[in-house]
Design a protein around this ligand. Structure first.
Ligand code: SAM
Ligand code: SF4
Ligand code: SF4
Length: 371
C-alpha cells in the first residue's frame, strides 16, 4: 500500500475564517453535503474545561495545571451561540446537544438552555434540546435545567465499582453521586435518560455485566461506547477497543438479547432488547462498524469553530465572522457552503485502514470540539 503522509497540525493555528461566497442565497433552506447527508444535529461545546480527568478523554498527564485552557474572552457568548444555532436550525438542524468539557461547569448554563429552548424549526416545531454530562453537578442543577426548557440528559458513567470508576475519572469522584444525579434528573422529568459507558479494554470491561444487570429493567437506557481514537492525547491503541459484538456476546450469554430496529435513520446506537423483560440497551460501534454514511452531525467548538467531523483537523472560524460584524445572511451562506462541500467519513476510512490512527495525526481533542 502507498505511504500515506498525514501532517501533524495544531487546530488552534490551522482553523480558518471561511470566505464569504460571492453569491449570497436565501438564509434558510435545507442543505445536504457532498455524500447527500442532510444537516440534522448540532453539538455545541460550551466549555473546554472539566472537573474529571477521564483517562480516555482528558488524561492528567496532558491536562495538568499548566494546560492552557481557553480564556473566557475566547468563548462564544450565549448570545453568539444562540445566533449561530438559529442559522443551523434554518438549515435543517432539529436536535441540539450541549456538551464540552463538562457543560454544567459553564456559569449560568440554564440561561443558554432557556435561549436555545426558544428556537423553533421553520415549520414551527420545537428543537430537541439535550445535554451530555458527567452528572457531578446534575443533582444540584436538574430542576433549573428542566424549568429552563431542557428536554433530557445523557449521563456518562463508566463503572459501578468505586475503585474502577475512580480509576476511569481519575479525580476520585464517587459513583453514588452520579447515581443520585441520574435519579434526580429522572424525578424532575429530564428523560428518557441514556447512560453512556465507554469500554476500555483492561480498564473497565469487567464492569460490562454489573452495569447491564444494574440498569436492566430500569427507566434508563444503558449504551456501551467503543473506545475511540479521538484527539491526540489518550494514547489510543486498537487492542484496547472491546468491540460491541463482544459486549453483546458477554451480556447475551447471561441475559438473552435480540436486536431491534433503529428509531430513525442516522441513529448512532444499535439497539438491543432483553428477551425476558423487553428493556433496552444500545451499542455505539464507532470503531468496528462505522456509521459515517448516515452522519448528520455538525460540531461547534467552545470558541466558535465549526467542525464537520469529530476527527477533523481543521475548523471553520465562525466567531471571526460574527465578531467582524457579518450579517445573518452572510453567516447562513457560509454555513450552507461548508456543509455542501463536506465529504468527511473518517471512521469508514479508519476501518479500511487502521494504520490511519496509529500514525502522527494530530486531531482535535474531544473536550474542545464537544463529544
Ligand atoms: N463531560 C461530559 C460527559 O462526560 O458526559 C460531556 C463531554 S464528553 C467529551 C462526551 C462523551 O464523550 C462522554 O460520554 C464520553 O464518555 C465520551 N468520550 C470521551 N472520550 C472518548 C473516547 N476516547 N472514546 C469514546 N467516547 C469518548
Ligand atoms: Fe470530562 Fe466528559 Fe471528558 Fe470525562 S469524558 S474528562 S467527564 S469531558
Ligand atoms: Fe461522522 Fe466523522 Fe464520526 Fe464519520 S467519523 S460518523 S463523519 S463524525
Amino acid at each position: 500500500m502507498a505511504e500515506r503522509i498525514i501532517p501533524v497540525v495544531d487546530h488552534r493555528v490551522l482553523s480558518t475564517a471561511p470566505d464569504i461566497p460571492a453569491e449570497l442565497e436565501a438564509p434558510t433552506g435545507l442543505v445536504a453535503d457532498s455524500l447527500a447527508r442532510p444537516l440534522h444535529d448540532l453539538r455545541i461545546s460550551v466549555t473546554d474545561r472539566c472537573n474529571f480527568r477521564c483517562v480516555y478523554c482528558m488524561p492528567k498527564e496532558v491536562f495538568d495545571k499548566d494546560y492552557a485552557f481557553l480564556p473566557h474572552s475566547a468563548l462564544l457568548s450565549f448570545e453568539e451561540i444562540t445566533r449561530v444555532a438559529k442559522v443551523f436550525v434554518a438549515h435543517g438542524v432539529r436536535k441540539i446537544r450541549l456538551t464540552g468539557g463538562e457543560p454544567l461547569l459553564r456559569k449560568d448554563i440554564e440561561r443558554l438552555v432557556e435561549m436555545l429552548a426558544g428556537l423553533s424549526t421553520p415549520d414551527g416545531e420545537a428543537i430537541d434540546l439535550t445535554l451530555t454530562t458527567n452528572a457531578s453537578l446534575l443533582a444540584r442543577k436538574a430542576r433549573a435545567l428542566k424549568e429552563a426548557g431542557l428536554k433530557r440528559v445523557t449521563v456518562s458513567l463508566d463503572a459501578l465499582d468505586e475503585k474502577v470508576f475512580q480509576r476511569m475519572n481519575d479525580v476520585d469522584f464517587p459513583v453514588s453521586d452520579v447515581l443520585k444525579g441520574i435519579d434526580i434528573a429522572h424525578a424532575v422529568g429530564l428523560g428518557p435518560i441514556k447512560v453512556n459507558m465507554v469500554v476500555k479494554g483492561g480498564m473497565n470491561d469487567q464492569e460490562i455485566l454489573p452495569m447491564a444487570r444494574h440498569f436492566k429493567g430500569s427507566p434508563f437506557i444503558l449504551r456501551f461506547i467503543e473506545y475511540m481514537d479521538v484527539g491526540s492525547s489518550n494514547g489510543w491503541k486498537m487492542d484496547e477497543v472491546i468491540p460491541s459484538a463482544e459486549v453483546i456476546r458477554r451480556i447475551n450469554a447471561e441475559m438473552p438479547l435480540e436486536e431491534i430496529e433503529p428509531n430513525y435513520t442516522g441513529e448512532t446506537a444499535e439497539r438491543w432488547r432483553y428477551k425476558d423483560d423487553g428493556s433496552e440497551i444500545g451499542v455505539i460501534s464507532s470503531v468496528t462498524r462505522a456509521f459515517c454514511h448516515d452522519c448528520t452531525r455538525a460540531r461547534l467548538s467552545t470558541e466558535g469553530k465549526l467542525y464537520t467531523c469529530l476527527f477533523a483537523t481543521q475548523g471553520h472560524d465562525l466567531r471571526a465572522l460574527i465578531r467582524s460584524g457579518r450579517s445573518d445572511l452572510e453567516l447562513s451562506t457560509v454555513v450552507a457552503n461548508i456543509w455542501r462541500r463536506r465529504g468527511d467519513r473518517y471512521s469508514e476510512l479508519r476501518t479500511a485502514n487502521t494504520d490511519l490512527t496509529e500514525r502522527a495525526v494530530r486531531k482535535v481533542e474531544m473536550s474542545y470540539i464537544g463529544g
